[in-house]
Design a protein around this ligand. Sequence first.
Ligand code: ACO
Length: 380
Amino acid sequence: MPNNKTLPNYAPGLEGVIAGVSAISKVDPAGDELLYYGYKVSQLCERSSFEEVCYLLLNEGRLPDKKDLENFRGKMSSERNVPAEITDYLCKMPKEAHYMDILRSAVSLFAHFDKQTEDNSKAAELAKSIRLLAKVPTVLAARVRVLRGNKPVSPHQSLGHAANFLYMVNGEEPAPDFAKALDVSLICYAEHGFNASTFTARVAASTLTDMHSSIVGAIGALKGPLHGGANEKAMYMLREIGDPAKAEKYIRDKLAKKEKIMGFGHRVYKKKDSRAPIVKKYALKLAEKSGEKKWHEMSDIIERVLMAEKKLFPNVDFPAAVLYYLLGLPIEVDTPLFVVSRISGWCAHVMEQRADNKLIRPDQHYTGPEAREYISIDKR
Ligand code: ACO
């Protein structure tokens, strides 16, 4: 058998392969800065809101003016309610059910109630994107409350997206710095080119299936620990370490066993993930306020050891895990919050794929047997 790595036109994991054309985001080689339609994510975090970024992504790179943004916000908040049948059904699922599975099922169920599910026109796709963005947090927050033994709280129509999520989880309006910290993390998670989940969404969209099916597939892909699932794994690790004094030995032992440290490394970034320091800055503000500093003390030690030993840097999942923990959210919702945000990028990619569609159907290198005679069952 040939060495697969040396086959012509083959790159394992499609690494370095250009699998499509997109105008939505890029990593600027000067400084590894992530750009959404040319706008620096660092600037969007400081100066805009998650809703504004959603508008930008869903409207082919156009920043909204005040009126556009007001309308968009209004549409999003008016779509926050979820049919009671769906919330009741999902909240009755076994308490061990993974939150990502709950969200995957939620989007599937939304399709049955959405009158435009089968309509792939641009206007319908935009309307469905807004509905998905608006409704997924409602289901997620309801599930958190029910597992905590509380009744779901209806969405607050006049709060922003991030603040409303915290409101629906806690039943009270969040402090502005809590809402801002969550908002910033959502902006950072919104979009990142042809990552595994987005590519999954595009592959599905290329068959001309519906938007909901594309997003269901993307959620499944994001769940994996090599992708979105890394944030919750990173927080479980920090909790397991528990004490900054134990962090260095813990990490060195893992490296000696050739185990991966979740929340470090990236396929695209080679020197740093520029989103990580942004999210860390807001997580540090929360830590300052609460006095809970040990998570960052441990993080700093782990970052130092991984840089020294493996030249590895934290990706956005590592500080996001700490930020969500400091917001008082259960660790299990870390990856679902990635969904809450990334729906914006996925939907933008589904629409972009449709605009110039070609079925995505790559080739393979076959390594099985050549044609052979069938042997009847009694002769085997
Ligand atoms: N911990 C320890 N070693 C690592 C890590 C890590 N987190 N990441 C990469 N390496 C090592 C690998 O073991 C490998 O070493 P080797 O050449 O000695 O075998 C080398 O670096 C290359 O790693 P690959 O996994 O082959 O690189 P790839 O580009 O495929 O991986 C990935 C990128 C999957 C993100 C990887 O860095 C990883 O598994 N990280 C941990 C999971 C994670 O944090 N995922 C989140 C990604 S970002 C996001 O989805 C928002």
